[in-house]
Write a protein that binds this ligand. Structure first.
Ligand SMILES: Nc1ncnc2c1ncn2[C@@H]1O[C@H](COP(=O)(O)OP(=O)(O)O)[C@@H](O)[C@H]1O
Ligand SMILES: [Mg+2]
Length: 290
């Protein structure tokens, strides 16, 4: 077991001490950018990573999973290498590939490390995004990396690679998203699950104020209300999940600085939806709010 996990300034204690003080808590993560919906989420993720456990961020699209992973790697002072899963993901895109180069005019075969090997050798963070988009046979290639052995035999070079201290794995999953398959049990087994919900209310308001150009407070309040209505409608099955994405909401807020809010919402949220019924639903919602 790799025990070289050093938290900057004993992060877990700092977080515990600040648990009930939202201001210092915001201060703490400001640089990373992720606004956690509650303190437990952050403490649990940091605790798991500091013990060398893999974490699986599970939540809807645009909930800030990638942002959260970036913030965590920032807190641990570790660069992050990313893998984006898709049906095309294969051993080469995970581990690396061989190529021909010249060394003093002699042709040699060189191995170019992929994100997994690179993160292992440098003791960095590895982020595996949309982990359930990968073909079922692909990710088992790195099972050894994900368990306590933290070791893989590189099939391209036959080298046995063991991760350096500081290496950590964060994966993200968008459960229920079209085109995904349920995550394989053996894989799920290797992770601690952290649910990442959308932020709402005051937190969302702060995020809009810091991350978009929209400054008018009354309008921001309306967008916060719109977001909570969209989240509710999604949870009741009236809208598909994408409709509540915070990414789309932030786009709408930015656009609303220059064009009318209703049109900004049309472009950023409504027109992305396939079903007429859903589009009508949000249009009506927007009409009553704005
Ligand atoms: N809780 C949050 N804190 C900070 N930014 C957030 C949060 N939720 C959403 N965002 C913003 O919304 C956008 C989408 O976030 P992202 O991390 O890409 O979502 P996901 O990976 O879950 O699809 C980004 O611009 C991100 O900064
Ligand atoms: Mg993402």
């Amino acid at each position: 077991m790799n025990t070289n996990y050093q938290l900057p300034e004993n992060m877990v204690n700092i977080l515990e001490e600040n648990k009930n003080n939202p201001d210092s808590f915001v201060e703490l993560i400001r640089d990373g950018g992720y606004v956690p919906p509650n303190m437990d989420l952050l403490v649990d993720a940091i605790s798991a990573l500091s013990m060398g456990k893999n974490i699986l961020l599970k939540g809807p699209t645009g909930a800030g999973k990638t942002k959260f992973a970036e913030t965590l790697s920032h807190l641990f002072n570790q660069p992050m290498f990313s893998v984006n899963c898709s049906v095309d993901l294969d051993a080469e895109s995970l581990l690396g590939f061989k190529t021909l180069t010249y060394e003093e005019e002699k042709q040699v075969i060189e191995f170019i490390p992929g994100p997994v090997i690179h993160a292992m050798k440098h003791g960095n963070f590895l982020y595996i995004d949309e982990v359930n988009m990968a073909k079922p046979e692909t990710l088992p290639l790195i099972n050894g990396v994900l368990d306590y052995r933290r070791t893989i035999t590189n099939p391209f070079t036959n080298e046995i690679v063991t991760a350096e201290g500081g290496f950590n794995v964060i994966a993200a999953i968008n459960e229920g998203y079209v085109g995904t398959v349920p995550l394989n049990e053996a894989l799920k087994n290797r992770f601690v699950v952290i649910e990442v919900p959308y932020i709402e209310g005051e937190q969302l308001k702060n995020l809009i104020q810091t991350n978009t150009k929209l400054a008018d407070e009354a309008t921001i309040d309306l967008f916060v209300k719109l977001s909570s209505d969209l989240i509710n409608a999604v949870s009741q099955g009236k809208l598909s999940e994408d409709a509540a994405s915070i990414r789309a909401l932030l786009d709408a807020c930015d656009l609303a600085v220059l064009i009318p809010s209703k049109r900004a919402i049309q472009r950023s949220i409504i027109d992305k939806l396939d079903e007429e019924r859903e589009r009508e639903f949000i249009k009506n919602l927007t009409e009553t709010l704005f």
